[in-house]
Design a protein around this ligand. Structure first.
Ligand code: SF4
Length: 250
């Protein structure tokens, strides 16, 4: 694949995707499918632990920071379903209702697109509370993949409304993206929903419509088109990831 990955990162991509693809293909019942993706997310921790010690030591991310949690999060359907499952299993009823209310406001704004077209005003993620992620164990893949070496620079990027300082950590980022793309390509190759969704909008749908999980299990689009990211002519994966043949041929 032409990815910009190093040989080790490319190997990690294929290793991750092959396992996820086989487990999805071999799952005995619809109820066994989402747990495959939940287990696969442990691959991010393993990938981080295998990064060079200097790279790991340079991570500046701390609980209570949350600057990166003011950008819109793009996800695949299974990430939303895992987050909704976590919220329903772990939050008190009033807390679930509060997330639904915040997500409803977010979704209404996203549907109008006014905020994002205007571009500059940072908006907190619907599950961010006092600077911390309330679904940390079930956070989306792009959140797991992101690490910064400079928290102060993240705050400056947030205030500027664009990345004026590069905060990425080279020795960590590539392997995290290898895991993320391995999981996502495997899910699509196994026939599951490959649309890119807006996290806050799709989370609202998942928490208010019990049919979303069944649709995903049946390999149909889990969420309505209004929750999708806009296709991007410069990035075909921005609107929908399509089967690649990476793992069916292994
Ligand atoms: S899901 Fe959690 S980590 Fe991701 S943007 Fe929202 S609050 Fe931040």
């Amino acid at each position: 694949m032409s990815s910009g990955f190093s040989a080790k990162e490319e190997a990690l991509f294929f290793q991750t995707g092959k396992v996820v693809f086989q487990q999805l293909r071999d799952a005995g019942s619809p109820a066994d499918l989402l747990p495959v993706l939940r287990r696969a997310q442990a691959g991010f921790e393993r990938a981080f632990a295998s990064a060079p010690a200097t790279a790991r030591r340079s991570v500046a991310c701390r609980a209570g920071c949350g600057a990166c949690c003011h950008e819109r999060v793009g996800v695949q359907a299974h990430e939303v379903l895992l987050a909704a499952e976590f919220i329903q299993a772990n939050f008190a009823p009033e807390a679930v209702a509060a997330v639904i209310a915040r997500a409803a406001n977010h979704r209404a704004a996203y549907e109008r697109r006014a905020h994002w077209e205007a571009g500059a005003v940072p908006t907190p993620c619907v599950v961010l509370h006092e600077g911390s992620c309330t679904i940390y164990a079930a956070r989306p893949e792009s959140c797991r993949a992101h690490h910064s070496h400079n928290a102060e620079a993240c705050a400056r990027n947030l205030a500027a409304g664009e990345d004026v300082v590069d905060v990425y950590i080279r020795g960590v980022r590539g392997r995290m993206f290898a895991v993320m793309l391995g999981i996502d390509h495997a899910a699509v190759e196994a026939g599951f929903d490959g649309h890119a969704y807006d996290f806050g909008s799709a989370l609202h749908e998942a928490l208010t419509n019990s049919l979303c999980l069944a649709r995903w299990q049946q390999r149909q689009p889990a969420f309505p088109a209004s929750c999708r990211e806009e296709p991007d002519a410069d990035d075909p994966d921005a609107g929908e990831m399509r089967p690649s043949g990476f793992f069916t041929e292994l």
